[in-house]
Write a protein that binds this ligand. Sequence first.
Ligand code: PGA
Length: 256
Amino acid sequence: MRKPIIAANWKMNIGPKEAEDFLSTFTSQLDNITDEADVVIAPPYVSIPAAVSALHSNSGVSIAAQNVSEQDSGAYTGEVSTMMLKELFVRYVIIGHSERRTLYGETNALINAKIKKARAANLKPIFCIGETLDQRESGKLEEVLRSQITEGLAGIDDKDMKEIVVAYEPVWAIGTGVVATVEQAQEAHAFVRSVIADLYSGELAEKIRIQYGGSMKADNAGELLAQPDIDGGLVGGASLEPQSFLELIRAAVAAG
Ligand code: PGA
């Protein structure tokens, strides 16, 4: 049985002050939901310290970074290292988000280097993959996902793979209000799991949590999470307000 994992990706929204307000409202209404699902918040880097201090140590909510450098330190203007994140008690890091791939030119090779660096620091990668509309419509869905997974995970052993969460996010569903149908999402998730089974083993693939991302909201989270291969969500727009994110988590937990 895989415990659902619901992560908020705040993207370039919510500064330190707002993060503090959000999390005090949010944690006061979480009840014991974190017994049933892992809840993760990914603020912008500058809001991470405020977010960490606003969380009660027993809130059960973990902090993620939205990105990380593949380097350790040095002359890399604008970059942040894994060790800096560890110092702030960050547990997860989103790697290879489609916005990083398309807007900032991140390749599968760079994403692979970031995953390795994250694991070396014992951070848990949330490894994002997903196809564009063009790729889906031209019949390349499986080819694209297979190469993202194979190249992104090259050289990652079983032990590290167990600590990785995969996020399947069809690019055409991100921030568009167009959610994949449950059938499309389940089919892609089952395919992702089968590729992981080919690369590792069926047993390991059964343990990996695969989140869906792309216009997930409270009113579609339940049916998505009810699918056998959908184990959580990576949530952008619907995570920017405490009530809507809480509703989404409740719906996901009720179904998952
Ligand atoms: P969205 O974003 O929920 O706003 O579509 C999801 C994501 O990009 O992770």
